[in-house]
Design a protein around this ligand. Structure first.
Ligand code: ASP
Ligand code: MG
Length: 405
């Protein structure tokens, strides 16, 4: 008998029929003697349409009021699922974020969980009640409703699993698990059976949508075993766990691609102390996240400086770069949105050399030019022309032995 947390995403609770399907899964686990705590998302598309509605009222809705509005999506599914379970003859009760004592900071729209009281959850569990909790929402110390950022119900689930010391946190979604790469790009992609928290963190920060980054941070910090799986099949999904011996055999476990980055180059920047700070301070102040940076010698006492930013911030970043360039007497500013970042990720890299060479050679064999390179302990990323993104993914997937046989 175990204490199981199950989180169901928007597509799994998209209508009443699917909510009934979810209810059946839950009672399946419950009837085996397990205690079950369920965390829900809003029905697929609801959060988007609520945002849309707010936008029709005003372009700048009060963030506090927007959170009150968005929280209704999860309130709806929690109530409907609890009712469905009751109608099937099971004891179930819904809890909103504040009732589950999910205490957050005051950052509306992107709040961080500070603490989870969980006394009420535990009481209900001990009376064999199925607890159904609205994900994505919490409450600040002043009693205001907050939300945790898009995809935040993953974080609700993992944080609650940590707080009640659940044996496992199952994340039910519409895919069978975490894949070695995007199956829409590479038909040889495989489902990964076990992946480490670190690898999952890199994947999430490189744009894999399957888990919200913060949920993985929580899982890693509190050692929550996470099982990402589909609510539409019985198949086992992907276990996200602490790094173990079996993972080291694979040097690279996944390949990712992100086309939503752009690069900006400042030509002929004076080579002086303090210049980099002058360039990047205004960009940081504008809330723009710079990812890669490279600097090369131009000629004489000048450098060329290239960096990448998320595509949605490109125009703003270009505007700032032009102002800065005028200010520091740089010669020119060039921008390019037709780039993609391909990355290979794997904890096995820690104990293997030559991974970068293998990546560069594989790309070279397809005549793909590398524009920029960055690395972490378990990741190597290359910026390339966007038109080669898919080819690069397939090439690297094969080169690192990830293709299914
Ligand atoms: N409903 C929220 C969203 O769409 C939270 C979630 O689904 O995780 O972002
Ligand atoms: Mg999600």
């Amino acid at each position: 008998m175990a204490l199981i947390v199950q989180k169901y995403g928007g597509t799994s609770v998209a209508d009443l029929e699917r909510i009934r399907n979810v209810a059946k899964r839950i009672v399946g686990a419950y009837d085996q003697g397990n205690d079950v705590v369920v965390i829900l998302s809003a029905m697929a598309g609801i959060t988007d349409s609520l945002i849309d509605m707010a936008q029709q009222v005003t372009h700048y809705p009060e963030k506090r009021e927007l959170d009150v509005l968005l929280a209704t999506g999860e309130q709806t599914t929690a109530a409907l699922l609890a009712m469905t379970l009751n109608a099937m003859g099971y004891r179930a009760q819904s809890l909103l974020g504040f009732q589950a004592e999910v205490v957050t900071d005051c950052t509306f729209g992107n709040a961080r969980i500070m603490d989870i009281g969980a006394t009420r959850i535990k009481e209900l569990v001990s009376s064999r009640t199925i607890v159904v909790i609205a994900g994505f929402q919490g409450c600040d110390v002043n009693g205001n409703i907050t939300t945790l950022g898009r995809g935040g119900s993953d974080t609700s689930a993992v944080a609650i699993a940590a707080a009640i010391k659940a044996d496992i946190c199952e994340i039910y979604t519409d895919v069978n698990g975490v894949y070695t790469t995007d199956p829409n790009i590479c038909s040889a992609a495989r489902k990964i059976d076990r992946i480490s928290y670190e690898e999952m963190l890199e994947m999430a920060s490189l744009g894999a949508k399957v888990l919200q980054i913060r949920s993985v941070e929580f899982a890693k910090k509190y050692n929550v075993v996470v099982h990402v799986r589909s609510s539409f099949t019985e198949e086992e999904g992907t276990m996200v766990v602490n790094e173990d011996k079996s993972m080291e055999r694979l040097v690279v476990s996944s390949v990712t691609v992100n086309k939503k980055e752009a690069r900006i180059t400042l030509i002929k920047v004076p080579d002086q102390p303090g210049i980099a700070a002058r360039i990047f301070s205004p960009i940081a102040e504008a809330g723009i996240n710079v990812d890669m940076i490279i600097q090369n010698r131009h000629s004489g006492k000048f450098n060329d400086l290239t960096f990448t930013v998320p595509t949605p911030d490109f125009e703003k970043a270009m505007e700032l770069a032009r102002e800065i360039a005028a200010d520091i007497h740089a010669e020119d500013v060039l921008g390019d949105t037709n780039i993609a970042k391909v990355s290979v990720i794997g904890v096995g890299m820690k104990n293997h050399s030559g991974v970068a060479t293998r990546m560069f050679s594989a790309l070279a064999a397809k005549s793909i030019n590398i524009l920029m390179i960055s690395t972490s302990e378990i990741r190597i990323s290359c910026v390339i022309a966007e038109e080669y993104a898919e080819l690069a993914v397939r090439t690297l997937h094969a080169a690192f032995g990830l293709d299914k046989s």
